[in-house]
Design a protein around this ligand. Sequence first.
Ligand code: SF4
Length: 243
Amino acid sequence: MKLFAQATCNRCGQCCLRGGPVLMRRDAVLLEEGSLLPQALVCLRPGEWVRDDVRRALYQQTEERLKLTGAGGGTHPWRCQYLRMREGSAECAAYLRRPAQCAALFCQDTASLEKLLAEDKPLSRSAALDALSRRLPPSAEIALWQEVVMAHEEQNPVRPALELAAALGFAPPGGDGEGRPPLDGIAHADAVKRLVLAVRTDAAFRELCTERAGIPTALLPFLLGRPLSALLAEVGLHPVDRS
Ligand code: SF4
């Protein structure tokens, strides 16, 4: 006699609607074999605000993460690009080669996902580029991309910009800095000036990548993450460049 019904996924698609997975190191093989392209990824850079659904916490991450880009749109901007809804039932267009977090996630029992997160680490851009270099000649191009990633991280770090935004009173609800009295007077003006400069520098770097280095625009979310202006807009800040 069956005492307990085994819980199964009812394919409502809610987890995929909320966002695609973060890649783990074991997912490098997907890039190496070409079943996943770097154009399908966005880097969430060190210093970005992230929500940890398992620990139910919002924090500025210390390490970077590669995530499947969202399909965009107002209600669910992070909706996974591989999600297909057919007659109310969710289907995954990448099911046979889906990333590890997708295979582990079951919303009614997160034990498998927690085990995966404890055993593996997020895939970095450097490791992803190493995986790509095993498939994509010429390797000189990959070496250039590695350099671009490092130079951008050094010249345009996210953390200080989002900390400045938080000091101006622009932190996400529940984020560190929320509710703190914002800077005023000279400190306020100085912070705004530094943020405007940071946004300008980030935009100029991206332009150089496409116009001088010939990097396709579609690769920028993977190599450089989202523009700083978009990260600031996400916390409600739109610095205006009056130069
Ligand atoms: S890859 Fe497939 S299973 Fe994973 S979030 Fe996207 S649609 Fe869902």
